[in-house]
Design a protein around this ligand. Structure first.
Ligand SMILES: O=P(O)(O)O[C@H]1O[C@H](CO)[C@@H](O)[C@H]1O
Ligand SMILES: [Mn+2]
Ligand SMILES: [Mn+2]
Length: 406
């Protein structure tokens, strides 16, 4: 029985790539800088302390992959772990360092066209677009209309939003139109309807995602975003390995967390909602136990990125990694026969870097299973090597990009 399990650690980069300068990211290193701060005793909060402790990821080759990627073993890592899997690092060829680009490339479909962006930091959205949205949605106006961090903008505009009923519009360096509205005073369904309208009005702008950002709370400093975030993505430009599995083998693709949204619900046969690392992990274990022949179980661990990377929270990121690592044995126990486990990431988000955006980095590709040689599996020139590996492993027609890793 062949099954593939993909664990996407959202934003877990392992060192800047050779095109990072174009993105202002030369020097960024998500894992390297977290490990360094931990070793210096500068991340002793969030219920953790001391050096970054990831013994299970280390045995899967994480530290060694990072060393291959940037020339240096992350601080506190075992230099010669007893390897239980094969490790590689991969470079991104997509034009952007956003979540859909990283995920689609992992699934064999790099984004070689340029997304549309809203580059202006103030008055970011075109006036005619805003006017059409106001008309069509019948809203009393809007707030924001700028680049911002999603939590900072709630402190700035959340109260005014509650008073006026005007949605908060913001964007970032990514190809996104984000809308924050209060889940209770504005209403979740109303927010989703507004996002749908904005998605339609963005036709022709080539914007990757409209993102609903519902929040709760009564005043600045107390607002909190909820797990009801929803991403309205455009569809990948060609068939991903997920779609191929469904179409060519009538296989199953189980999405856990944000995966279905990121692929615009293409190539997904079963969706499981989960909020927070613990629930994401729990539901992953349940779905792996249920999975049959020709199944991909694909989980996005969004919290590394949204709760810690973008928030520039080093200790929080470290604690989350340690939590993931502690739970890994439960997952490894379920890998049997010809199962293939792939641990990977979609971009970096170095919590020590300037600003609050993603960072252009290599990602780890850690493979585990009976058919995986326990050795270095090379520098991969595109994330699409992962998609090609899966296509080959599951006997699907080859992807247009990427080389098989095993
Ligand atoms: O600051 P928040 O709202 O988390 O925004 C982040 O989330 C967006 C989608 O991943 C990114 O474009 C980034 O700007
Ligand atoms: Mn991401
Ligand atoms: Mn992000």
């Amino acid at each position: 029985m062949k099954r593939v399990f993909i664990m996407m650690l959202d934003s877990f980069g392992i060192g800047y790539s050779d095109d990072a300068e174009k993105f202002g990211d030369k020097g960024a290193n998500t894992l390297g800088h977290i490990a360094q701060r931990c070793a210096e005793g500068k991340a002793n909060e969030k219920g953790r302390s001391g050096k970054l402790n990831l013994p299970n990821l280390s045995k899967l080759g994480l530290g060694l992959a990072a060393k291959e990627s940037c020339g240096e073993l992350p601080a506190g890592f075992e230099p010669q772990p007893e390897l239980i899997g094969g490790y590689a690092y991969a470079k991104e060829i997509s034009s952007g360092k956003d979540t859909p680009s990283g995920h689609w490339e992992i699934a064999g479909v790099p984004v070689l066209f340029d997304w549309g962006y809203f580059p202006e930091h103030e008055n970011s959205f075109p006036a005619d677009l805003l006017e059409r949205i106001v008309q069509k949605a019948g809203i009393p106006g809007y707030l924001g209309n700028c680049h911002s961090s999603g939590t900072v903008i709630l402190d700035e505009l959340g109260e005014e939003h509650m008073k006026t009923g005007k949605p908060i519009f913001y964007t970032s360096v990514d190809s996104v139109f984000q809308i924050a509205c209060h889940e209770e005073t504005y209403g979740l369904e109303k927010l989703y309807e507004l996002c749908q309208i904005v998605r339609e009005e963005l036709e022709g702008y080539n914007i990757g995602r409209v993102i609903a950002r519902p929040f709760i709370g009564n005043k600045a400093g107390e607002f909190q975003r909820t797990g009801n975030r929803k991403d309205y993505s455009i569809e990948p430009p060609s068939a991903t390995v997920l779609q191929k599995l469904v179409e060519e083998k009538q296989g199953e693709v189980v999405s856990i967390g944000k995966i279905a949204d990121i692929y615009a619900h293409t190539g997904i046969t079963h969706k499981v909602k989960a909020t927070g690392l613990e629930e994401l992990f729990d539901k992953t274990l349940v779905e792996i136990q249920r999975a049959g022949q020709n199944t991909i179980v694909f989980t996005n661990f969004v919290n590394f990125d949204s709760d810690f990377g973008h928030r520039r929270d080093v200790a929080g990121y470290a604690a989350a990694l340690e939590y993931f690592d502690r739970r890994l044995p439960e997952l490894l126990k379920l890998i049997q026969g010809e199962d293939l486990l792939i641990i990977v990431a979609d971009h970096g988000c170095d919590p020590t870097w300037t600003g609050t955006d993603h960072t252009r980095e290599h990602v780890p590709v850690l493979l585990y299973g009976a058919n995986v040689p326990k050795t270095f599996l090379g520098r991969r020139e595109t994330f699409a090597d992962v998609g090609q590996t899966i296509a080959n492993y599951l006997d699907l027609s080859p992807m247009d990009y990427g080389k098989t890793i095993i």
